[in-house]
Design a protein around this ligand. Structure first.
Ligand code: OGA
Ligand code: FE
Length: 289
């Protein structure tokens, strides 16, 4: 059999790629980002972007060697096939996909209780920031919550008595990110939590129609070690640590962003994905070490 015509992985893909990531430029004003069309004269994002060319390492060899974990690095690859094949029906996402994801998160983390509080579909061809039901990839280095807004989520999604009780013990927020086709463009870059410094984090307002949340934007730091999983498949999901109440060296968050992949074929399929955000609560006696 001739192998001349078959595509072989490029050497850049084997070791990683170089690409531009949009950090936040240092500034005095608190950045404000909108989740919907802002009033006339107000920008979608008030901060100034600071694009930096960085090396983004192929995480697959490390993941295969068992050297990447959610609690050490802030992200993890998990093999998991969904029973749902068509993600166009929101009621089926709620009926089939959410319970399946909840069980998966419990199995992987040993959490006693998992509360999924939202999900987001993205499509690089048809999604937009202005369309709440079909968004576009996010091309800003960010983390979805802060050390202040993480605990707020517990009070938002549990009744008052349970929230106070659960806040006494370990809890976390984790995103579960799944591509809906092989990722050929705009993959997600993930930053090793151990390479992030406290000074890199910039609390940023995220304005919804009914409330204002708080996320982190990131200042550039040459220490950041970036990874991605080339050609992620729908039977592979990424877990992203967004918040962790532990302060013992466990990964508490991970900076992440979509990026323009220099290995993307010119006829690359649109990037389609679904992510959901979940609160994870561990039992009081759970050994978290
Ligand atoms: C996320 C996220 C962006 C994207 O899952 O938290 O930021 O482009 N996703 O998929
Ligand atoms: Fe995010």
């Amino acid at each position: 059999m001739s192998t001349v015509l078959s595509a072989s992985p490029s050497t850049s893909q084997a070791s990683g790629v170089e690409a531009e990531l949009n950090y936040l430029a240092p500034g005095d004003a608190r950045p404000v980002n909108y989740t919907f069309e802002p009033p006339a004269g107000t920008p979608w994002n008030s901060g100034t972007s600071d694009p930096r060319r960085v090396r983004i390492h192929n995480a697959r060899p490390l993941a295969e060697a068992g050297e990447i974990s959610l609690h050490r690095n802030g992200f993890q690859l998990v093999s998991h096939r969904s029973a749902l094949k068509d993600f166009s029906d929101d009621s089926l996402i709620r009926l089939v996909y959410r319970p399946e994801a909840e069980a998966l998160l419990r199995d992987i983390t040993g959490a006693e209780k998992v509360v999924i509080f939202d999900h987001t579909l993205r499509d690089s061809a048809n999604g937009s920031r202005a369309n709440a039901s079909l968004r576009e990839p996010v091309r800003r280095v960010h983390n979805d919550q802060t050390f202040v807004s993480g605990p707020r989520r517990v009070r938002d999604h549990l009744d008052a008595e349970e929230a106070e009780r659960r806040l006494q013990h370990r809890f976390a927020i984790v995103n579960l990110w799944r591509p809906l086709g092989v990722v050929e463009q705009f993959p997600l870059a993930l930053c090793d939590a151990r390479s992030i410094a406290a000074d890199d984090l910039v609390p940023t307002d995220l304005v919804y129609r009914d409330k204002t949340g708080e996320t982190y934007s990131f200042l550039a730091n040459p220490q950041h070690r970036w990874y991605y999983f080339p050609r992620l498949r729908p039977d592979e999901v990424l877990l992203l640590k967004i918040y962790d109440s532990l302060e013992d060296g466990t990964a508490r968050l991970t900076a992440h962003t979509a990026f323009e992949d220099p290995d993307s074929p010119s006829n690359a399929a649109a990037r389609r994905s679904i992510e959901l955000r979940a609160l994870l609560f561990w039992a009081p006696d759970h050994d978290t070490r």
